[in-house]
Design a protein around this ligand. Structure first.
Ligand code: INI
Length: 170
């Protein structure tokens, strides 16, 4: 195979079954987590924190900020990104269709605002916002022992931070 230069931020990520790695050892990350649907978002936060440890992140290098709901995640994510202190941000929330006629507005603005915060600041913001039909679907996705969407979002943030760092070095 020709000697292509490959940038793959996931290369140094540690898989679940292996022992802890060091992909995150020199990264700083902030997690912004909604309080609405707290049981579900807290399960996602547990998964994200376990992933941070598994990837060798230090406790003092991870900041947790709480938001009232998913609608408020973008503004806090943008404020955290603008500090210049963090290599990546993870936004965690859960919007359940049955809960509200506002579903489309809350979920839509969360997605749009989180993407815009990343584009405008250049800091990756992982989209860890569940949008589900009911609580059962949300729990299945949130629980670390099941789909672990919080851990997945945290690992996406690390992968993006490492890829952007390597691109900046090229
Ligand atoms: N916020 C959520 O994070 N999830 C929801 O399902 C939800 N529902 O159902 O309304 C929700 N609403 C609150 C919203 O995010 C804001 O906090 C609120 O509108 C105040 O701005």
């Amino acid at each position: 195979m020709p000697n292509y230069r490959i940038i793959d931020g996931a290369q140094s990520l540690q898989h679940r079954e292996s022992k802890a790695g060091d992909a995150a050892s020199d990264l700083r990350v902030a997690v912004v987590a909604a309080r609405f649907n707290a049981d579900i978002v807290d399960a996602m936060l547990d998964g994200a924190l376990a992933a941070w440890q598994r990837q060798g992140g230090a406790a003092q290098d991870l900041t947790i900020v709480r938001a009232p709901g998913a609608f408020e995640l973008p503004l806090l994510a943008r404020a955290l990104a603008n500090t210049g202190l963090y290599d990546a941000i993870v936004a965690l929330g859960c919007v359940i269709r049955g809960d509200t006629a506002h579903f489309d507005f809350v979920a839509g603005e969360a997605a749009r605002g989180i993407a815009q915060a990343a584009y405008d600041t250049g800091v990756p913001v992982a989209f860890g916002v569940l949008t589900t039909e009911n609580v059962e679907q949300a729990l299945e996705r949130a629980q670390p022992a099941r789909m672990d969407k919080g851990g997945e979002a945290l690992e996406a943030a690390i992968e993006m931070a490492l890829a952007l760092r390597e691109i900046a070095r090229s």
